[in-house]
Design a protein around this ligand. Structure first.
Ligand code: NAP
Ligand code: ZN
Length: 352
């Protein structure tokens, strides 16, 4: 199926219109007309080759929402017209221990297939993402959306930013009686604040931007700390059960491990272009503290997160853009100048 898309031909050329081909839906496939696609910092890292291994042409986008336009003969869970989402994965081996447990993001049978830049038999040999007007995805990787349809654009960022924060918050037990930090108030961080608050934790937001202090409270933070302010940081030393760090740039992690209680965990989800300076062992051993990582979330948990957010009336705070403004959006995201997620209106692809 001929499909309009937007992508880049190299790490140093701007994104522009590309015509791509989607496969005809197979027996287990769902074809989706994309209505909106969120803009994740991972899109920027990959399309500009900040991480190794980007394949070109690169069509980013893994926060996809839209309507089902066709289903294969074996598909029973979805029908034409349903409102659905697709996140960061479109396939995995389906038989390793991780896949069996619904943790496809940790698939050991060859790794999961990313929504873009992943291996596929479809042309051009790697997957092409949601900066496009349609996609065809195996039914196992399609999510049901139960939010009201008018909120659809603001639901898109849940497919990556929502699950990437929900999964570690749940895993490390964020909830009543727990003091939880969220570092970096961007796309991921603002969802982390909303979700940790809804889970019942005492939420402290850390930001480098003075201007986000009031906004962070409005998102659900009980307290806000400007992390450049040493006195504010010191006042919280040794007090956190869990800190979720979403920062997209290399920085000193000791600032945050120092704030953990005994047995506390700092979980990093940000994947900066350059490594963080080595954390100090001393800060970790005096308190049996841990630094951990977490990758998106499995399909079952992504559905659980979407249902949790619908029930708690949680959506992202978004700024809608036409696809033609994507380079401007990336430049602003790099300056932490977005409140809090850009979302592409896919209708704009018609003018591409
Ligand atoms: P984003 O919207 O750009 O937000 C990142 C935030 O980090 C900024 O808004 C800013 O918040 C803070 N920040 C930026 N530069 C900083 C610096 N030099 N020092 C301290 N803080 C800084 O990005 P995002 O889409 O949320 O993604 C965040 C990171 O997570 C990216 O690296 C992305 O690739 C990664 N990611 C990982 C996963 C996973 O599964 N692990 C999934 C999705 C994304 P303040 O203004 O509040 O300081
Ligand atoms: Zn993402």
């Amino acid at each position: 199926m001929a499909t309009k898309a937007y992508g880049a031909q190299s790490g140093t050329t701007p994104l522009g219109p590309i015509d791509i081909e989607r496969r005809q839906p197979g027996a287990h496939d769902v074809a989706i007309a994309i209505a909106y696609c969120g803009v994740c910092h991972s899109d920027l890292h990959q399309v500009r080759s900040e991480w190794e291994g980007t394949l070109y042409p690169c069509v980013p986008g893994h926060e996809i929402v839209g309507h089902v336009t066709a289903v294969g003969g074996e598909v029973t869970n979805f029908k034409v017209g349903d409102i659905v989402g697709v996140g960061c994965m479109v396939d995995s081996c389906q038989h390793c221990a991780s896949c069996d447990e619904g943790l496809e993001q940790y698939c050991t049978g060859g790794g999961f297939v990313g929504t873009y830049n992943g291996p596929t038999d479809d042309k051009p040999g790697h997957t092409l993402g949601g900066y496009s007007d349609a996609i065809v995805v195996s039914d196992k990787f399609v999510l049901k959306i139960s939010h009201p349809e008018e909120q659809l654009a603001a639901v898109a960022p849940l497919l990556c930013a929502g699950i990437t924060t929900y999964s570690p918050l749940k895993h490390w037990g964020a909830g009543p009686g727990k003091k939880v930090g969220v570092v970096g108030i961007g796309g991921l961080g603002h969802m982390g604040i909303k979700i940790a608050h809804a889970l019942g934790a005492h939420v402290v937001a850390f930001t480098t931007s003075d201007s986000k202090r009031d906004a962070a409270k409005a998102l659900g933070a009980d307290e806000v700390i400007v992390s450049k302010n040493e006195d504010e940081m010191k006042a919280h030393a040794g007090s956190f059960d869990f800190i979720l760090n979403t920062v997209a740039a290399s920085h000193n992690l000791d600032q945050f491990t120092g704030l953990l209680k005994r047995d506390g965990t700092l979980c990093v989800v940000g994947v900066p272009e350059h490594p963080h300076p080595s954390p100090s062992v001393g800060v970790l051993i005096f308190g049996r503290k841990a630094i951990a990582g977490s990758l998106i979330g499995g399909i079952k948990e992504t559905q659980e997160m979407l249902d949790f957010c619908a029930e708690h009336e949680i959506v992202a705070d978004i700024e809608m853009i036409p696809i033609q403004k994507i380079e401007e959006a990336y430049d602003r995201m790099q300056k932490s100048d977005v409140k809090y997620r850009f979302v592409i209106d896919s209708k704009s692809l018609a003018d591409a």
